[in-house]
Write a protein that binds this ligand. Structure first.
Ligand SMILES: CC(C)(COP(=O)(O)OP(=O)(O)OC[C@H]1O[C@@H](n2cnc3c(N)ncnc32)[C@H](O)[C@@H]1OP(=O)(O)O)[C@@H](O)C(=O)NCCC(=O)NCCS
Length: 128
């Protein structure tokens, strides 16, 4: 019933999935530009509906950043999140990626730990 496959969501699906988990909806042109720059992405389907997504951005080999890992609330807890992260991790391994990074809230550390990620002591910095 649930299927995970390679592919990017459309800009509309991207905005809808982000909204479903309470995230901001960037303007359509920004979404199109961002999605077009994706290195690798997966989507999760329930029947014919796109209900989940995850993307890798970065330089395609040395550094990748895992972003936009989203499962629509009514489909959470069905294994989609795990399957999407595994699939992108496989892609990164096959492409010789040295580091796959992500930023997660404290509440999600157990989820990512279960999937083989570890926390780093470094401080995260940003501007803007
Ligand atoms: C986080 C998220 C992607 C998980 O996806 P999901 O499909 O619900 O998770 P899965 O069903 O694949 O769960 C896999 C395992 O992780 C566990 N898990 C799921 N969410 C968890 C959480 N928030 N904290 C700890 N463990 C969690 C599940 O219990 C399951 O454990 P099991 O293997 O022992 O059964 C999803 O809840 C989501 O979209 N959340 C809102 C958006 C978000 O915060 N994304 C992450 C940004 S970094």
């Amino acid at each position: 019933m649930y299927d995970v496959r390679d592919g990017c969501p459309s800009a509309q699906e991207y905005r809808r999935l982000r909204a479903s988990v309470g995230w901001s909806q960037p303007p359509m042109p920004a979404c199109r530009t961002a999605l077009a720059s994706t290195i690798a992405a997966v989507i999760g389907n329930y029947r014919t509906e796109t209900v989940a997504m995850a993307r890798l951005v970065g330089d395609a080999t040395l550094y990748l950043l895992l972003v936009d890992v989203v499962v629509a609330p009514e489909h959470q807890g069905t294994g989609l999140g795990r399957r999407m992260v595994w699939r992108l991790h496989d892609w990164a391994s096959q492409n010789g990626t040295r580091n796959t990074l992500l930023v997660a809230g404290d509440d999600l550390v157990p989820f990512y730990r279960n999937l083989g990620f570890h926390t780093e002591p470094n401080t995260r910095m940003m501007r803007g």
